[in-house]
Design a protein around this ligand. Structure first.
Ligand code: 3HC
Length: 708
């Protein structure tokens, strides 16, 4: 405890009893306890995010108990130092033996305190952190604070009374939405639904302190949230709401354990006695926390954060300053990339030498902004500010002032090299030059400039303003500070960065290419195309490969004149089945773009396979899945063998954030480990792929079985 805090207990006005007990007041390395004018102020300071680990829990329970017993204290003000209120339970403790006191015990103790406890919220009050706030008797939030229950994203439910207390404060439908989406809401919205009592736009501590003083004067004992029934009473009038909610969200919840458990716990708040509701929440929480989905999702959480750390990068490397961005190429990709920077408050100049393409790009950007505002995804003020930051030109000279230049042009080496030599001529010294290539050799592109140390790949994923992944391709000569700049830029625009080495397709597309081959092999083995999509979708990907091909367009790189009908895709294009855009591809599409299987395509494929004379195979769904996924996992190990990714978890991060691989399985590499790498090797051998097996995969199996 600081000298200040210790002195506070000797303040005039504190009673003899306070003085007498000052010697036994609790001290902690993560919290201070100060007394001022009858108010005890507990300030927790556990960087970086005030997670509720054992030491914090212990400090909280001890200090609250002490304050409760201390007659001189009229109310308790609970707040956090640093960038945020409690960001939740300490995720690193899950999967290990529990340490007392448990979070529910701490939270219950706060709620049961005979003195009113006032939470002063800033930053992000998340998960267990918000549950602490719910147990307090009054919640004051600063206007910029955000709140949410991210447990569902970790495969769990709010397990410190959140499922029981939240619907006692906010309407049940809002409570279900918050807990099953994991989304954060701002302070104003939180106040409008009853989650916080007061929003302040001035000094948080001052406002919370005066609220505490006011409550300290009240003769009434503080009202416990779990004793409130008025809001719950409304939910009791509509018992059918829970089933309707589950039904309406069935697609979103598919394959996930946590959402149904959240709804079951919330339902118990309505139709069971209070203690039973809390007990059910606890048992559901423990079984989810100890289950496979939660373990996988914890892996995903830490993998994403690890991916931003570059081994070997000196700690003192400073990124370059990026205040203005130039983008070359106004197509869907270039304009999607621009939106990211505009929304992050960075001026963007969009350059394209084709005037019509530039106009299309500009209208794509303004349309996307308008839609974002009308659908509530973009704040209208931010949307307006963002559009005002955009300029455009037909001339490369407009790029001269940009600190970061991103080329998003047609995917051929000639086009890219031409653009980079022009960028080299106009860009200011020290500017970072990036290519958005998805496959090409970034070293070759860098070599056409006189500054290869400033060049790297920034591979965005389509739609570029939506997909979270940014693959950062480190070329042979990329300077350390350029790499550090790219990581910082990714975070600034809300992307998850992963560093890859130069290789055909880097990490993600290289593995996608392997899956494409696996899909072709399955077709040649006589497996129905729609069954392949069904297996992939049942695994949890939002789209099977054929639906994905249709969406992307089958005619990428295809020309009628050069077409030889050598592939199924070429034959489909020759019949003007080019995907969704022609209402026909592998699927038929109705006017609402709903797909249905096509007998014509089935016959075309059967004919193609017959020409190849491949022997048909009878495969179960499990075998089909293995034939699609195991070669990809093997390719992941080959990428590691070649040093093109730093760690297996980076590959998981790529697939989850760039290709919507189901996060609940932890990503391809984690999934492979859980299945058993020995099983993967024997399956690959059974598929005739023994020669391709990565040495890292074989040695990972050997080390897994090594007795130490
Ligand atoms: N437990 C342990 N470590 C945590 C943590 C947590 N809850 N939240 C963040 N961290 C760590 C990160 O791993 C990272 O560590 P590192 O620097 O060693 O890599 C560091 O804190 C900083 O985190 P970020 O890089 O994510 O920092 P940001 O500023 O970008 O984001 C944040 C801050 C919004 C708080 C974000 O970290 C976050 O969303 N955290 C997770 C919140 C969460 O899921 N809480 C619920 C936990 S489950 C729970 O509460 C169960 C309860 O119901 C019983």
């Amino acid at each position: 405890m600081s000298h200040d805090a210790q002195q506070a207990f000797g303040l005039p006005g504190t009673s003899k009893a306070a003085d007498a007990s000052a010697s036994d007041r609790p001290v902690s390395e993560v919290a201070t306890l100060r007394l001022e004018a009858g108010i005890a102020e507990i300030v927790v300071d556990a960087p970086p995010v005030n997670a509720l680990g054992q030491v914090v829990r212990d400090a909280l329970i001890t200090m609250v108990r002490w304050c409760d017993a201390e007659p001189a204290i009229g109310a308790i003000l609970l707040r956090c130092a640093g960038r945020t209120f409690f960001a939740g339970a300490d995720i690193r403790e899950f999967g290990k033996p529990p340490l007392a006191p448990s979070l529910p015990d701490v939270v219950n103790e706060i709620e049961a305190c005979g003195k009113p406890v006032i939470a002063a919220i800033h930053g992000t009050a998340l998960g267990g952190g918000l549950e602490v706030a719910l147990a307090c008797h009054y919640r004051v939030a600063v206007g910029t604070a955000r709140m949410g229950f991210p447990e569902v994203k970790l495969g769990m439910l709010p397990g410190a009374g959140g499922t029981q207390r939240l619907p006692r404060l906010v309407p049940m439908e809002e409570a279900l939405k918050l807990m099953t989406s994991g989304a954060q809401i701002g302070a104003a919205e939180a106040a409008s639904i009853g989650l916080v009592d007061l929003v302040v736009y001035g000094d948080l501590r001052t406002a919370a302190f005066s609220a505490a003083q006011k409550m300290a004067r009240s003769a009434e004992p503080p009202l416990r949230t779990s004793h409130r029934h008025d809001v719950l009473a409304k939910a009791r009038t509509d018992p059918g709401m829970f089933d309707r909610f589950l039904e309406a969200n069935a697609k979103r919840f598919r394959g996930l354990d946590a959402p149904a458990a959240i709804v079951a716990a919330a339902r118990a708040a309505v139709d069971r006695p209070q203690e039973e509701g809390f007990a059910l929440e606890r048992s559901l929480f423990v079984s989810l926390r100890d289950g496979g989905q939660a373990a996988a999702l914890r892996h995903v959480f830490f993998a994403e954060r690890e991916a931003a750390k570059i081994p070997g990068l000196p700690a003192d490397v400073q990124g370059r300053t990026i205040d203005a961005v130039g983008i070359v190429g106004a197509g869907t990709m270039g304009s999607g990339i621009a939106i990211n920077f505009l929304l992050a408050g960075l001026p963007v100049v969009l350059v394209d030498t084709d005037e019509a393409a530039l106009d299309r790009g500009l209208s794509h950007i303004s349309r996307t902004m308008e839609q974002g505002v009308s659908q509530g995804r973009i704040d209208s003020v931010n949307g307006e500010k963002a559009v005002a930051l955009l300029s455009s030109s037909l001339d490369f000279a407009a790029l001269a002032e940009a600190d970061l230049l991103i080329e998003a042009a047609y995917e051929t080496m000639d086009v890219k090299c031409d653009i980079f030599s022009r960028l080299d001529a106009v860009a200011r010294s020290g500017a970072v030059l990036a290519t958005n290539t998805s496959y090409l050799d970034v070293d070759k592109i860098a070599a056409v400039t006189k500054r290869p140390q400033d060049v790297l790949g920034l591979h965005f994923f389509s739609p570029a303003n939506v997909m979270k992944l940014l693959e950062i391709v480190r070329a042979e000569k990329t300077a350390d500070d350029v790499l550090a700049t790219a990581i910082a830029v990714a975070k600034r625009i809300g992307k998850v960065p992963v560093v890859a080495g130069v290789a055909y397709g880097f990490i993600g597309n290289r593995m996608l290419h392997v899956r494409r081959k696996a899909v072709e092999n399955l077709l040649l083995a006589g497996v129905d195309l729609y069954r392949i999509d069904a297996v992939v979708e049942a695994f949890g990907m939002p789209m099977g490969p054929f639906r994905m091909y249709d969406l992307a367009g089958l005619d990428l790189g295809w020309s009628k004149v050069a077409s030889t009908g050598a592939t199924i895709q070429e034959r489909l294009c020759e019949r003007n089945r080019r995907g969704q855009k022609t209402n026909a591809g592998y699927y038929d599409y109705d006017d609402k773009r709903r797909p249905s299987p096509s007998q014509f395509v089935r016959d075309l494929i059967r004919e193609f396979v017959a020409e190849r004379g491949a022997p048909p195979m009878t495969l179960s769904d499990d075998q089909i899945r293995e034939r699609l996924l195991f070669p990809m996992i093997n390719e992941g190990y080959r990428i590691l063998d070649e040093g093109k990714a730093f760690r297996a978890s980076d590959i998981d991060t790529v697939w989850i954030n760039g290709y919507a691989w189901p996060a609940r399985t932890g990503g391809p590499m984690y999934y492979g480990e859980q299945l058993g790498l020995d099983h993967i090797i024997s399956s690959l051998e059974g598929m005739g792929l023994a020669d391709t097996i990565a040495s890292g995969l074989r040695s990972a199996v050997r080390s897994a079985f090594r007795v130490t």
